[in-house]
Design a protein around this ligand. Structure first.
Ligand code: 13P
Ligand code: SF4
Length: 324
């Protein structure tokens, strides 16, 4: 435990830019315990870019956007995968690792997009559009993935749509992602009415006001934002693409139209960049805490399982995406 606690103290150097020193002693105890539990239980933590900096930078083994987490989940060498993210991410990790134990600290960490569509809805869409393939955003339940031809993420949506070589696809459930992809491709896209409750709240007006208040600001938007927001931004891309933009294009002042922790996590690696924060919190991502991660490892809960026959069909759609 001594080693883990020394390690936890050393980690503060990495995050001091975004975590006030008064908060650190409370976090350090949980961090040390989690590092020790991971070692003892041969567990790895996968964390999405929207996790808070103490999770993202101090206890996670693998971090990234939904696509990176799915790809890296395929090659995990551990007995247990603990997901610091939302439920569909844990399900995807389980689909790709049927023999491993997959845990999530809070089973209620859902997603408004995953809630927006059911397997029956997908069957209804197929009946209305016979022969048109179904491209399903990973932000869905395994039951919906099982009804789909192929999955996509915000990082590969256009490539997946075009990989099918057809004139028309059904793209579910994010209406705005579908509209944003439709602008960049000749493939006709039939969309659904799902929205991300975090990104739908941004407005094009917010960006115009930001540009006035912060001259020279570079605005990056997630493609789950409404199309007029994306049109007003300087760049649109997945959370990984936004992070890469900051790393490689070196903007001086940046606004990320996305979840709040994203700016904190990118700021850790780029203290020289000024982050303007017009962000929205994702209540589902924020259900995951250090205390919850520690509890999950201590009590081996909450296990995420997928019924084997459904898992086989859902896995096919995810693997087909990963092959694109
Ligand atoms: P990406 O990390 O794939 O861009 O997705 C964002 C998101 O909202 C995940 O919940
Ligand atoms: Fe779902 Fe939006 Fe939260 Fe991502 S940010 S988990 S898409 S509600």
């Amino acid at each position: 435990m001594r080693d883990a606690s020394d390690q936890a103290d050393a980690l503060y150097e990495r995050v001091r830019h975004v975590i006030p020193s008064v908060e650190w002693p409370v976090l350090a105890g949980d961090i040390a315990a989690i590092l020790e539990l991971k070692r003892r239980q041969n567990a790895v933590i996968l964390a999405h870019n929207y996790q808070t900096p103490e999770i993202f930078h101090c206890v996670a083994d693998i971090v990234g956007d939904s696509l990176a987490l799915a790809r890296r989940a395929m090659a995990v060498n551990a007995d247990t995968i603990l997901l610091a993210g939302v439920h569909f991410m844990a399900e995807t990790a389980k689909l790709l690792n049927p023999d491993k134990t997959v845990l999530i600290p809070d089973l209620k960490a859902g997603c408004s997009l995953a809630e927006a569509i059911s397997p029956e809805d997908v069957r209804g869409l197929r009946a209305r559009h016979p022969g048109v393939p179904v491209v399903t955003y990973v932000n869905t339940s395994a039951a919906v993935k099982a009804e789909s031809d192929i999955c996509c993420t915000s990082g590969n949506a256009r490539a997946v749509v075009e990989s099918l070589g057809v004139p028309r696809v059904i793209m579910i459930p994010d209406e705005y992602l579908a509209q944003n992809v439709a602008k960049d491709t000749d493939v006709e896209i039939v969309s659904w009415r799902g929205h991300c409750e975090v990104h739908e709240r941004f407005a094009a007006r917010d960006i115009r006001e930001l540009r006035e208040a912060y001259p020279g600001v570079t605005v990056l938007a997630h493609p789950e934002c409404p199309p007029d927001v994306v049109a007003e931004a300087d760049f649109a891309g997945s959370t990984a693409a936004m992070s890469d933009y900051v790393a490689h294009r070196g903007p001086r002042r940046v606004a990320l139209m996305t979840e709040c922790s994203m700016s904190d996590n990118v700021a850790v690696a780029h203290p020289e960049v000024e982050f303007v924060r017009p962000c929205n919190l994702c209540p589902h991502m924020k259900r995951i805490t250090l205390a919850g991660l520690r509890d999950a490892l201590e009590h081996n809960r909450h296990e995420v399982t997928v019924e084997p026959r459904m898992a086989e069909r859902a896995r096919r759609a995810v693997e087909r995406m990963l092959a694109v």
